[in-house]
Design a protein around this ligand. Structure first.
Ligand code: SAM
Length: 348
């Protein structure tokens, strides 16, 4: 497939450090998440309804790539591919190959990441590694086969995801992170089991507080298993030792245990919001920019492209949009409005 030409190098050189993407609250925006499909082969109870009938929207790989190049020319340094389920796009290795050849404004390789449910990972881990991916995040919400199948609504999902995680390790993807959303009444009994899993499998386990982004109306403040509850459960298993953040915009609070074996991250957007140092924007599978998971508005970047806009037009649109990034979310506050899209149609 012929891909749209890159922004020319002269354009990159014209972006001075002071011109790099920054919002009106002074936050540098360096991290872009691109959803390359909103189709998913799982129907996790905390994310999707059990019903079919949704309308899906995908762009061509060349179109995502063209938009990504413009973002990179404005200062994006990290791109995470997500969905829906990104492994459902068979052109994914091609996109990774193209992205891994790009350089940031500082001439560094892009920090490339991928989030997957792992269902197709056993066969895809090697090709993804060969295409330039160096690390991966796999979502897995229980280390118990029956419980996991009840959450994903797909029989046999646990065996497939476990095989995928092990294949990712064998392929040399490093680190392999395993994300677990904790939902009261479904899997809060899995905390210690996941601690053991991290220690035995050599993966980083990250617990994520449940956010009101689901298609069904399940979320209540009581459904959230909080950071404090998670650390209490972990400490009762083995003493936690805090680890320093990897970066200023790190979303996870990191821990190991007192023998240094295993690593746990806790992402607590509800009880310990990290909006003040948010460096992220998102591009949905239909080419809309979202400046916050909880935005009420989408910004139609793809519309600019469809109308024949130049790379400069795309760049100007991105700048105007990023400038409007929300100061913070308002989860749990009076008057909180659920976002205009659910997680599967935003890209997690
Ligand atoms: N299909 C891929 C996967 O399963 O990782 C990528 C997309 S999925 C929407 C990305 C992440 O969002 C997953 O780790 C999922 O568990 C998480 N997620 C979905 N709904 C959520 C919610 N309401 N609160 C917190 N995390 C959520």
């Amino acid at each position: 497939m012929v891909l749209t030409p890159a922004l020319r190098n002269e354009t990159d050189a014209a972006v001075r450090p002071s011109d790099r993407l920054t919002d009106r609250h002074g936050r540098r925006i360096t991290d872009l998440r691109i959803s390359i499909t909103d189709r998913c082969n799982y129907k996790c109870v905390y994310c999707r309804t059990g019903n079919d009938g949704a309308v899906y929207a995908e762009l061509s790989i060349a179109e995502y790539l063209r938009m990504a190049r413009v973002f990179i020319a404005l200062g994006i340094e990290k791109i995470r591919l997500t969905g829906g389920e990104p492994l459902l796009r068979r052109e994914l290795p091609q996109l990774l190959r193209e992205l891994s050849a790009l350089r940031t404004l500082d001439g560094e390789p892009l920090d490339l990441a991928l989030t997957t449910n792992g269902h197709l990972l056993e066969e895809m881990a090697e090709p993804l590694r060969a295409a330039g991916l160096s690390r991966i995040t796999v979502s897995m919400d229980a280390v118990d086969a029956d419980k996991f199948a009840r959450i994903t609504r797909v029989p046999g999902s646990y065996q497939r995801v476990l095989a995928g995680i092990r294949a990712a390790k064998r392929a040399g993807l490093d680190p392999v992170k395993v994300n677990c959303v904790l939902l009261r009444g479904f899997n809060e009994d899995q905390i210690v089991a996941f601690a053991k899993f991290s220690r035995e499998e050599g993966v980083i386990v990250r617990f994520i507080e449940f956010m009101p982004l689901e298609e069904d109306r399940l979320w209540t403040p009581e459904s959230v298993v909080s950071l404090r509850e998670i650390t209490t459960a972990l400490n009762s298993f083995k003493l936690l030792v805090p680890l320093a953040p990897n970066a200023a915009s790190e979303t996870a609070v990191r821990y190991t245990f007192d023998d240094g074996v295993g690593e746990i991250g806790i992402i607590a957007p509800v009880t310990q919001a990290f909006c003040g140092h948010c460096s992220r924007v998102r591009l949905t599978s239909d080419g809309k920019i979202r400046t916050c998971l909880f935005s009420q508005t989408d910004h139609d970047l793809y519309g600019v492209l469809q109308r024949g806009g130049s790379d400069d037009d795309l760049a100007a649109f991105i700048r105007r949009t990023v400038d409007q990034k929300e100061a913070r979310h308002h989860i749990g506050e009076p008057g909180f409005l659920k976002p205009s899209r659910s997680m599967v149609h935003i890209g997690g």
